[in-house]
Every structure is written in structure tokens, then in C-alpha cells.
Design a protein around this ligand. Sequence first.
Ligand SMILES: NC(=O)c1ccc[n+]([C@@H]2O[C@H](COP(=O)([O-])OP(=O)(O)OC[C@H]3O[C@@H](n4cnc5c(N)ncnc54)[C@H](O)[C@@H]3O)[C@@H](O)[C@H]2O)c1
Length: 327
Amino acid sequence: MKRTALVAGAGGFIGHHMVNFLKARDYDVRGVDIKEPEYEPTAADDFRILDLRRREACIEATRDMDEVYQLAADMGGIGFISGNHADVASNNILINAHMLEASELNGVARYFYSSSACIYPLYMQNTPDVGGLKEDDAYPAQPEEGYGWEKLYAEKMCEYYDEEGRIPTRVARFHNVYGPLGTYDGGREKAPAAISRKVALADHGGEIEVWGDGLQTRSFMYVDDCVEGIFRIMQSDYSAPLNLGTEELITVNGLVDLVANVAGKTIRKRHDLSKPQGVRGRNSDNTLLTEVLGWGPSKLLADGMKPTYSWIYEQLANAEAQARRAS
Ligand SMILES: NC(=O)c1ccc[n+]([C@@H]2O[C@H](COP(=O)([O-])OP(=O)(O)OC[C@H]3O[C@@H](n4cnc5c(N)ncnc54)[C@H](O)[C@@H]3O)[C@@H](O)[C@H]2O)c1
């Protein structure tokens, strides 16, 4: 018999790619979300629109599932999460509390939770030139307001369920995931997609707005590495949280230059210091991940941004052609 897997958040960026990954490994996949995937039809065998803040919806979603991949969250880029603390914290804690309880009730064999690098203490991320964050650095805690506190508490809930033998859990802390089929406009997009959109819309020699002074640093992980990492962590016997990201640190200005280079354009930057820019510097330390899995994300940013930029460019070109036809 095929193994069954639930992907919660299958209408979203990573969830949609996760469904494809599991289908390619012959899983029987159920996808659940409050919306259909935006950019292409789902490959899930069974896709249901359910609001996972509701306990009954979580019970329906997890019924008859061997594995649960919990990727549903009310989230977005730094502009969105820093402006919606109450919604983000309350919606996500409802989803995560009900999903764990429902998974136990339905006898799910294993549960994956998608945490974030936003759980790491702000006091360790005050300079662009940061060392990688290790899993143990999470405490004493001072996570990102709203989103980060909720993620840290949901990690703890997974730990308690696992420790008490109620349901085996696995947890990864993602560091900035990017790739094709991710949100690129509307306010929830992340830096790589937002910068790609701005560069695609700018003329050669033109100017784009950059949030902050552009000296803030991050590392970015290609979505194919992310879903492979999720699967490997899920199959491993390691239940404590693991970083899942790359150690390739780059400034936001560097990211703009890289995207401009992919696009073949010269682009000037106009820095807007009034916009949220998040922590000053953040990087992953993959020592533990590599030790546990014997594997780590390997796609270089310059390689991953090529298909990402091309996909966003195509979306924008199609939208423009459609608008021209309609007028
Ligand atoms: N993308 C990143 O860089 C990143 C970084 C760190 C952590 N994460 C985590 O990874 C997971 C997936 O992120 P993503 O980038 O795919 O985000 P996404 O926003 O594309 O996907 C999340 C999905 O959850 C769905 N959702 C929200 N509320 C729901 C509800 N009440 N019921 C059912 N579905 C609901 C959304 O509709 C969306 O489709 C999330 O837990 C996120 O916090 C992502």
C-alpha cells in the first residue's frame, strides 16, 4: 500500500512544491489550504479547502494520514509580519495547537513542523557581519515579535508531544526560501521575489527602491533544497529543531546586483530608510544539520535566482499581455 501524507498549506509556496516532491516518491497525497495554489494546479490526489484554525477542520484533514507536513501559516515578508503581530500570532497558534491535537487523535505516525530562523534572538543579529546561528542559540529567547514568538512556542509544543510519546515530531528552522511559484506581489512577497519583480519592471539603467540601507545580510535557500531537506529530516530519527538553510551570506544590495546581473540590466538603488528591514544580519550554521543528515542545501544563489527571475519575468509579461488584450 502507498504511504499517505497530508501537506497542510498545499496552496502556498513550499507546500505546493512539497506535494510535487511527495507525488514523485509515490505517496498518496492530501493537500489542504484556505486557497488553491495560485500559479498552477495542485498534483495532490485529494485537495480540500479547509480553515485549519478550526479544530474540526484539522481532524478532517489528518484522518487516515501516515505523515503530516505542517506548512500552513499566516505569514509573509518583513513588511507583512512586522505590521500584523496579533493576526499572525493568534491565527498560527490556533493552526498549530489544533493540528498537533488532531494528528494525535487520528494516530498519525509522524509530524513535521515548519519553524523559522525568526525564532533566533534579536540580540545576536545586530550586525551585518554575523556568524551562523546554531540551534542552541535559540535561548535565552528574544525572537521576532509576533511571528517568531509563535514559532518558538509551536516548536515547544512539538517537543512536548514528542517527549510524552504522543506523536513523533520533526522540526526545521527555515532560512529565507525562494524559487519559482512563490508569491511575488501583493505585500506578502519576500526579498528575492520582490527584488526580481522590481528589476523585471525597471528599464535597463533604471532605478529600484530598496528597503533600508541594503547593508543588512541574509542567506537564502532554493525551494528544491528546502523540500528535500524537509523529507530527509522527516525520515531521520532526530526530533529536536534543525536549521534548514544555506550559509551563503549576502547583503540585500548584493542580492539586487545579482538579480540585475541575471536580468542583464544595469540597475541603480534608491534606499528607503523608513521601510522595515528586519534584523541587521542573519545566517545559518549547518554543522548540526550536516552531522545528522550527512546532507545540506547546495544550490548557489546565483544559480537559483536564474529560474526564479525568469519565472517572475514571465508572470509579469503574461499579465501585461492580458491587460493589453482586455483594454
Ligand atoms: N518562505 C520562507 O522563506 C519561510 C521561512 C521560514 C519559515 N517558513 C515557514 O514555512 C511554511 C510555509 O511557508 P511558505 O513560504 O510556503 O508560505 P505561504 O504563505 O506561501 O504558504 C502558507 C500557506 O498556508 C495557508 N494558510 C494560512 N492560513 C491558513 C488556514 N487558517 N488554514 C489553512 N491554510 C492556511 C496559506 O493560504 C498559504 O497557502 C510556513 O510555516 C512558514 O512560516 C517559510
